[in-house]
Ligand binder design. Sequence first.
Ligand SMILES: [Zn+2]
Length: 181
Amino acid sequence: MKRILFSLVFSAIMLLYVALPAQAHTATPGRNSVNADHQILYLNETRYDTALAKAVSRWNSLNAGSGVHIARTTDPDKATLKIYDVNNCSDWWAGKVSIYRPGMDTVQLNVCKMKNFPRGDRMRIVTHELGHTLNFDHNDLPATSIMYPSPASTSLTHPGPHDEQDYNDYWIVGPAKTGGY
Ligand SMILES: [Zn+2]
């Protein structure tokens, strides 16, 4: 009897163990700025374009041929995302993403906060906000993910190992995704 009980408990623990490493931090499928061709095409209207170009190239380096390609466009009819600045000192946030259906998604960068940040923090924030447009949600892993809710308190300036895993799971090896846009 004891042996049976033990074996039940053991298999329950094993199931839990198997389930845990797979935990991904993705939002509802389709909550992204990706079009049907697996592209995010953005209008660049931010002064933080150096940080943005680096963040884009870091996310694109995870593409591996079948992920998402993020690219700048000047054509508002093709754009799925607009990245622009606001200057709002009464708001607490430095960056904010809005996913609209229908309509072009936005990343807003708050100059009132961004202007006081060192370059590394600006990189973190832009990379983090792009992560949301790729369907990634917040997590509690500041050491391995740029998607920690307060990117300025992580040491990363680029997608970390956990983000690479989530990206791989969601965009590359997972069931084929159509973009949300
Ligand atoms: Zn966030």
